[in-house]
Design a protein around this ligand. Structure first.
Ligand code: 13P
Ligand code: ZN
Length: 270
């Protein structure tokens, strides 16, 4: 067997957790990531029949039966992943219709998968239905997106339009807009189902007074979505209390749509 720590997907995953921490998005154990892996990526790295222990999930996800994910552990700090990946991450394969996760590697201190495992797995199901190439679900706590949910209307159209106006490239990066969930109890199947439903329509879903979820085909896509939305939210928080003299009008947003060949969410532009 080759050393799983030198696998390209593992190196990128570790680099990403460190970068997210550096951005201030993952204080303490804040945030979690799950990455769907293909059988070919895993070949020669682990024995899929050797289950170290079984973790019950508490939900059904028959669509993911037999699929393998690299996930962050619950209570683990993103800042520490790079120094001890085997303790802070887990490689799990779902079985029994998604009701069990067989640990194949990692979580060496006896830890478990992220408490947001329901939201992650349910979101993988809905994203794969929307885009069969989706592989990443990423959650974190970026300051300005959270701050914005205290002072801005949570209406998804209004929230999206504000972000689009804060920076020219926003409508190009997330033309489908962002979804917003009101405050809900985290770690539950209920917020998992609600998040999954939102992520079937948009790759970004803001959790009011908590953080954000992003979906992507790779780590860069999910990271870049959060980075762009968070920057727009930062600009909003810098200017919202000042007299606004200029903006990106809907006519200009339409020019961007045409220039970059993207389609803004139906009904979101006047
Ligand atoms: P975990 O440590 O269980 O991943 O939880 C962190 C978090 O952000 C909860 O929403
Ligand atoms: Zn969180």
């Amino acid at each position: 067997m080759k050393d799983i720590l030198t696998a390209p997907f593992m190196e990128e995953f570790i680099r990403t957790t460190a970068e997210m921490y550096r951005h201030g998005w993952d204080e303490r154990n804040g945030g979690n990531i799950s990455m769907l892996l293909s059988e070919s990526e895993l070949e020669g790295l682990i024995d899929p029949e050797r289950v170290v222990r079984t973790i019950p999930t508490g939900f059904d996800a028959p669509e993911l039966d037999g699929r393998t994910f690299l996930v962050t552990g619950t209570g683990k700090y993103f800042k520490n992943v790079q120094y001890d990946p085997a303790k802070n991450l887990g490689l799990v394969r779902l079985s029994d219709g998604g009701r069990n996760a067989g640990l194949l590697w990692g979580l060496t201190d006896g830890g478990s998968v992220t408490s947001e495992f329901p939201a992650h797995m349910m979101s993988h199901v809905s994203r794969l239905a929307a885009d069969p190439e989706n592989r990443i679900i990423m959650h974190c706590h970026p300051n300005n997106l959270i701050a914005m949910t205290y002072v801005h209307d949570l209406d998804e159209r209004e929230f999206t339009r504000t972000l689009w106006r804060m920076e020219t490239e926003c409508i190009v990066v997330f033309p489908e807009g962002v979804s917003v969930l009101p405050w809900m109890l985290c770690g539950t199947n209920e917020i998992g189902r609600a998040t999954a439903q939102k992520l079937s329509l948009t790759r970004l879903c803001v959790w009011a007074q908590h953080g954000v979820y992003a979906a992507g085909r790779d780590l860069d896509e999910a990271f870049g979505l959060i980075e762009t939305a968070e920057k727009a939210a930062e600009i909003y928080m810098k200017i919202a209390h000042l007299p606004i003299k200029n903006t990106i009008t809907d006519a200009r947003l339409r020019l961007l749509e045409a220039r970059f060949g993207v389609k803004a969410r139906e009904g979101y532009l006047d």
